[in-house]
Design a protein around this ligand. Structure first.
Ligand SMILES: [Fe+2]
Ligand SMILES: [Fe+2]
Length: 386
């Protein structure tokens, strides 16, 4: 028939359609905003554990699901392992390992393809042991590979969509975008860790080279590192400073590289002139390592570990509040080791006597606060020779 009534029906229909499209777009925009936020959070740390935990949280929040899992590929054993799993049953999922090719995650890792499975229980790839172990019921799942330069490094899973819904293709699309971000963040954290380990090993090798020249202080560096670390457990020190302390303790005597053999290897007590020569090593260490920009937080331990609280130390005669914390820590650790090791011309003190000596010099040569921390560490069995 046609007429005004039909037209208004059509308009209503169009309005309805428009409202629906608008709602969908709003939802999409909200999802992408969340994705951007989560990616920023994900990439704002280089700590491996933190990255992994944030990846789980991001997946659970973005996909509005019950639980998420991040499985990483162990290249040596060719297995996937659950690094973290959030949610109520998370704790139990932690220990599961899967062969590549085994289970849904194993399939994804093997083929490098994403999967959306609406009915997990009836999927023949489902690895039941994981559910049995965790008493978890997996209903539906998104499972996508984490790839870096086309190589699979792990798998990200979103399990059981909430509010009675089931995952759809749009969810999968969004999840793949998140997985790309997670892959980059996980790989960056791994590279950073490797870089730090390589650096520490290089520093240790350098310190070892110095020790090989000086036959009387075998193992000195390792002990100073150990004592310094023990002290740091008993004082308020933030993790990055702790890391600097360790590197600084490893390298504290690196300047001895510039001390002549006749002084460094002398089997008897040093003469006044020889001692003056030996006293150059903190400044030499600073000069050698000071050129490396990344070591700027580490240098104070090298330059100032022979300073004294009463200002009678060297090379700069600083007083307690002028000496950087890591140098005050290394000073105590270094002196304790010097006292307790034998030299060709004198026998080392036993540990109890050396501790008494530290306490006697506390406030004069050493920072009282650091000596107190050392003594506590000693009494609680964290300082030992060997
Ligand atoms: Fe030294
Ligand atoms: Fe030393």
């Amino acid at each position: 028939m046609g007429g005004p009534l039909d037209n208004s029906d059509k308009i209503r229909e169009l309005e309805e359609e428009l409202r629906h499209t608008l709602k969908k777009s709003e939802k999409k925009i909200a999802q992408f905003t969340t994705l951007t936020e989560l990616s920023t959070v994900l990439n704002s740390t280089l700590d491996q554990e933190e990255v992994r935990e944030r990846a789980m949280q991001a997946a659970t929040r973005l996909m509005n699901c019950e639980v998420s899992s991040l499985l990483l590929l162990d290249n040596d054993s060719h297995e996937l392992y659950f690094e973290v799993a959030l949610g109520d049953k998370g704790e139990k999922v932690k220990e599961i390992r899967l062969q590549v090719g085994e289970g849904i995650a194993g399939w994804v890792a093997k083929h490098g393809e994403p999967l959306l499975i609406a009915d997990v229980v009836n999927d023949e790839r489902h690895f039941r042991k994981a559910d049995e172990k965790s008493k978890f019921v997996t209903r539906d799942m998104l499972c996508v590979p984490l790839k870096v330069k086309n190589k699979v490094i792990g798998v990200l899973e979103a399990i059981n969509k909430l509010e009675g819904e089931v995952f759809n293709d749009e969810d999968l699309e969004l999840f793949i975008l998140l997985a790309n971000q997670v892959a980059i963040a996980v790989d960056n954290a791994r590279l950073y860790k490797e870089l730090r380990e390589t650096f520490l090993q290089t520093a240790e090798a350098l310190a070892d080279a110095i020790e090989k020249r000086d036959p009387y202080t075998g193992g000195h560096t390792k002990r100073v590192v150990r004592y310094s670390t023990a002290i740091s457990e008993y004082i308020g020190i933030d993790p990055s400073e702790k890391e600097s302390l360790k590197i600084s303790a490893i390298l504290h005597d690196i300047g001895k590289i510039g001390i002549e053999d006749i002084v460094l290897r002398k089997p008897s007590r040093l003469s006044k002139e020889e001692f003056e020569e030996m006293k150059k090593h903190p400044v030499l260490g600073h000069e050698i390592m000071g050129k490396i920009l990344q070591l700027r937080d580490v240098i104070p331990g090298m330059r100032y570990h022979h300073e004294r609280c009463d200002g009678k130390g060297y090379p700069d005669g600083l007083t307690c509040d002028e000496i950087p914390l890591i140098a005050r820590i290394i000073a105590v650790a270094d002196a304790f080791d010097a006292m307790t090791t034998d030299r060709p011309y004198r026998k080392g003190l036993d540990m109890d006597t050396a501790v008494e000596e530290l306490e006697r010099c506390s406030g004069k040569q050493f920072d009282e606060h650091i000596v107190r921390a050392f003594v506590r560490a000693y009494r609680e069995g964290h300082i030992f020779n060997g």
